[in-house]
Design a protein around this ligand. Sequence first.
Ligand code: NAI
Length: 471
Amino acid sequence: MSETKHVELVVIGAGPGGYAAAFRAADLGKRVLLIDKDPTLGGVCLNRGCIPSKALLHISKVIEEAESLSTMGITYGKPEIDLDAVRAHKNKIVSQLSGGISQLAKARHVETLRGGASFKSNSELTVNTETGEISISFDKCIIAAGSTSVMIPGVPKNHPSILTSKTALDLIDIPERLLVIGGGVIGLELGQVYAALGSKVSVVEFLPNLIPGADQDIVKPLQRKLKKQFESILLSSKVTAIEPNEDETLNVTIENNKGTITETYNKVLVAVGRKPNTQILNIKSTTIQLDDRGFIQVDLYQQTSVKNIFAIGDIVGNPMLAHKATHEGKVAAEVASGHSAVFDARAIPSVVFTDPEVAWAGLTETEAKENGISYEKGEFPWAASGKAIAMGANQGKTKILFDPKTKQTLGVGIVGPGAGDLISEGMLAIEMGADAEDIGLTIHPHPTLGESFAAAAEAFSGTITDLYIPK
Ligand code: NAI
C-alpha cells in the first residue's frame, strides 16, 4: 500500500525558483515540502546550467585573456588541459552550492523529498520515489518544474555524439570539430568554452542574426570576436539532415541561400531553445489552464486557474531565466502565505556570459521600432574609456534608451567584459524611474567600466566631456 500524507504547502521543483519559494514560505511560517526528481537540490541552473557553465566560461575567459596578453608584451605557452581535473573542479563548485542549499533547507525545517511528482487532482499528488509511491494531499502547491532542451526533428535520438546543454557540460571529451545548432545563449556560451579548450567550432543559426532577442549593435563586438574564434558562423541557415557514421562522427547537411553543404563533425550540440516540463506533471487531472504553447497560465499573483495552485519560472513562459523564476517564486510564496504581493517588475535583465558579455534590460531599440515606441538614446563607446582601453576592452559599449518626454530610463544595452554585472545599475535606473540627469549627476568612480553608464547618460544630456559630440 502506498504511503499517504498531507502538507500545508508543497513545492514541485527545487531550482532557483522552487527553492526560493519554499524558503520564503517557510520564513513566513508555512510547513513546506520541497520535491525534486534530482538527487541534489538546485535544479537545472545549479546542477547542469548556469553554474557549471560559468565555471567553464571562467576557464575559457582566462585562457583567452592569457593569449591576448601577447599584444601587451607577455607571451604564455599553449595551455595544457587536464580534462578530468577541469571536470572535477566544475563538479566541486556544483556540489558545494547544492550542499549549501540543503543546509539552508534544513535550517528552515523545509522537508525535502526526492521523486517525480504528478497530479491526481486539484489537491492531490503522487510522488514516485526510490522506495515506492507516496500520495500527498496539499492545501497549496507551487509548481516550479522548469523546462527541458528542445530537439529538432530528424536528429538521431540518444546518439553519443549529439549533445544537449546538459551532456555538453559533462565535458566527456574535446571534439576536434563541433557543430552548434542555434546561435542563442547556450550555443554561443558553450561554443566559446569548447573553442577555448581546442575544438574547431561552427554555428548554424536559423535566423539572420546571432542572439536574435538583443539589439544587433551590442551583439556585433561579440560576433567579431567569434568570427576569429570559430571555424564558421552560418546565419539564415538550417540543418536538413544528420547521418551518423560508424566511427560516431556525424555527416551534417546544411542549407542556406548559397546552396547545400555536407560536413563531417565529431559532435553536434543542439541548442535551439527549451520547452516547459508540463508533460511530466499529469496536468490533465487538474483544471489548470495551459496556453497554446504549453506554458501554465498565471496571473500577476502567480496563481493558476486553480486558486490553491501557483506556478513560476520556465514553466509559465519566457524569458526562461533563473532570476525571473526566483522573483516569481517569492511572489507566489508570499501570496500563498496570505501576504499581498504581485509580479510588477518593470524589466527582467538578460545576460549572455560570453567574452565579451552581452547584457540588456527593458526596452530594446528593435522592440521600440517594431512597436512604434518613441525613444531617444545616449551611447558611450568604451574606446573612450581609460579603464576599457587598459583592459583591451575598447570594443565595448553602453547605451541607454530614454523616454523623450520624461527623460526616464526605458532600456539599457551593454557589451563588454562585466556587462552582466554592469546591467544591474541599468535595472536599478529602470525600476527607480531614474532620468538622464539622475544618472549623469551620480558620481561614478574613475577609472571603472561602471562610469560608462553615467557617461552614456551625459552623452544624452550633452554634458559629457570625455567625448566631443557636435551640436
Ligand atoms: P535561445 O532561444 O537563446 O536560442 C536558440 C537559437 O536557436 C535562436 O537563435 C533560434 O533562432 C535558433 N534556432 C531555433 N531553431 C533552429 C534550427 N532548427 N536551426 C538553427 N537554429 C535554430 O535558446 P537556448 O540557447 O537553447 O537557451 C534556452 C533558454 O535557456 C533560453 O530561454 C535562455 O534564456 C536560457 N539560458 C539563459 C542563459 C543565461 O541567462 N546566460 C544561459 C543558458 C540558457
